[in-house]
Write a protein that binds this ligand. Structure first.
Ligand code: NI
Length: 239
């Protein structure tokens, strides 16, 4: 005798509210926008698995647009694709962001102080070129990489490989917060004035000013991310 079927357990995907207020150009855009809104406002919490078949069934679509939407979300650091687990919503938290900033605040000014007197003209030109690249970059997904390369270019002459490795590790950890933030707020939120001021001070070998700008840069960013978490529930679906 067969047991009666068990009631289906609730799924985190029950939180999805496909927005029908807007006419999406493609199925991929529709899936991407719906998932993005739910991830940014926390309805789909970090670690939620996003299985292609399940999503395709929910949206009443084939797997192809779902796979493409997941790829787009991965490039914005909103989801991670893990070995053996597939796509899951990126784990982020206000506490982890604050931790990452505290470490950056301790390491990066130290690296910059050691680096500035030894920075070559070549490195300064590279840093200037990276600022231009960030100005022209349209994709939030690449902004984290360019920001990291800019910062590391200014620190690279410090000549302390372990210090530089630790600084880079924290910049990589911070990437997801920057991309998360840019995905929700738009690219205008990249603090390019600070980058320019830091480069100017480095060119003038004005270590004190460069460090003051860097510390302000990190404090402003930490505050912005903290506010992002505090107001997270208020992100609208159309964003
Ligand atoms: Ni920066």
């Amino acid at each position: 005798m067969l047991d009666p079927p068990l009631p289906k357990p609730p799924s985190p995907l029950d939180a999805l509210r496909p927005s029908l207020a807007f006419r999406w150009r493609t199925a991929t855009e529709f899936v991407e926008a719906t998932l993005k809104a739910a991830i940014l406002d926390g309805r789909l919490p970090g670690g939620t698995p996003l299985r292609q078949e399940e999503l395709a069934a929910r949206f009443g679509l084939s797997r192809m647009p779902v796979r493409e939407a997941l790829r787009q979300l991965e490039s914005q650091a909103l989801i991670d694709v893990l070995p053996h687990r597939g796509a899951v919503v990126t784990e982020i938290s206000a506490a982890d962001a604050a931790d990452t900033y505290a470490i950056r605040r301790a390491l990066e000014p130290a690296a910059l102080r050691l680096s500035i007197p030894r920075l070559s003209d070549h490195a300064l030109r590279d840093a200037a070129a990276l600022i231009d690249e960030m100005d022209a970059e349209q994709e939030a997904g690449r902004m984290g990489l360019l920001n990291r390369r800019f910062h590391m270019t200014l620190y690279a002459a410090a000549g302390h490989p372990r210090l530089l490795a630790l600084a880079e590790q924290q910049l990589i950890a911070f990437d997801r917060y920057l991309r998360f933030h840019l995905a929700s707020q738009g690219r205008a939120h990249m603090a390019q004035e600070d980058h320019r001021a830091m480069l100017e001070a480095a060119r003038a070998r004005d270590t004190g000013t460069a460090i003051a700008v860097l510390e302000r840069h990190l404090d402003t960013a930490a505050g912005t991310i903290a506010r992002f978490f505090a107001t997270r529930g208020g992100v609208t679906e159309a964003s």
